[in-house]
Design a protein around this ligand. Structure first.
Ligand SMILES: O=c1[nH]c(NC[C@H](O)[C@H](O)[C@H](O)CO)c([N+](=O)[O-])c(=O)[nH]1
Length: 190
């Protein structure tokens, strides 16, 4: 039975946008297609590859601080581009992994936070899910930069695989997050 659920995406031109993607490394077999789906939609909307910065963190718990530091680094980078202090130390000490690309010389128009939380035998799932959702909401409201909530909170591996579109039946939710980032990034500059 088809569901009424699902976004009604709008088409927006992303050519001038700068988008950050921070992703957890837990459950990588699901994370990877989600990040790929989001990035594919960013590119399809005209976002330049050089304006997409992808960084990782250990798990979903670290996503709020990773998003906040990515924002802060790009702000420092932006001010250094305008003659402010260097971003080198901040970037070096950020939660970014070493393979992270250098943020573009200006702040981000939107950040996508990607994680996969799978319920285990304990209450760990509930505590992380609540804290991460509150934390990501706080980062976007504090910074004014839209933070797209790309955290799957699922009860089984099968639910996670389906929502990454890798089971042949589901839909890759990463694509929806990419479209949401473009829309919110465009509207942030209107
Ligand atoms: O991203 C996840 N992190 C998880 N835990 C790690 C957590 O996010 C932190 O990285 C860790 O607690 C260290 O701070 C998960 N579980 O524990 O099940 C999970 O399912 N997904």
């Amino acid at each position: 039975m088809s569901s009424l659920k699902g976004p009604t995406p709008q088409q927006h031109a992303g050519a001038g946008l700068r988008i950050g993607i921070v992703h957890a490394r837990w459950n990588a077999t699901v994370i990877e297609p989600l990040v790929a789906g989001a990035k594919a939609k960013l590119l399809a909307c005209g976002v330049k590859e050089s304006n997409i910065v992808v960084q990782s963190c250990p798990g979903s718990w670290e996503l709020p601080i990773a998003a906040q530091r990515l924002y802060a680094a790009s702000q420092v980078q932006s001010s250094s581009a305008a003659g402010g202090s260097s971003a080198g130390d901040l970037l070096a000490s950020s939660t970014a992994d070493l393979s992270a690309t250098t943020p573009p010389p200006a702040a981000f128009d939107a950040i996508i936070a990607v994680g996969v939380l799978i319920k285990g035998e304990t209450m760990h799932f509930e505590y992380i899910a609540d804290a991460v959702s509150q934390g990501l909401m706080r980062v976007q409201l504090d910074t004014g930069v839209p933070v797209i909530f790309g955290v799957l909170t699922v009860l089984t591996d099968e639910q996670a695989l389906s929502r990454a579109g890798v089971d042949g039946k589901g839909h890759n939710h990463g694509e929806d997050w990419g479209l949401a980032a473009v829309e919110m990034g465009v509207k942030r500059n209107e």
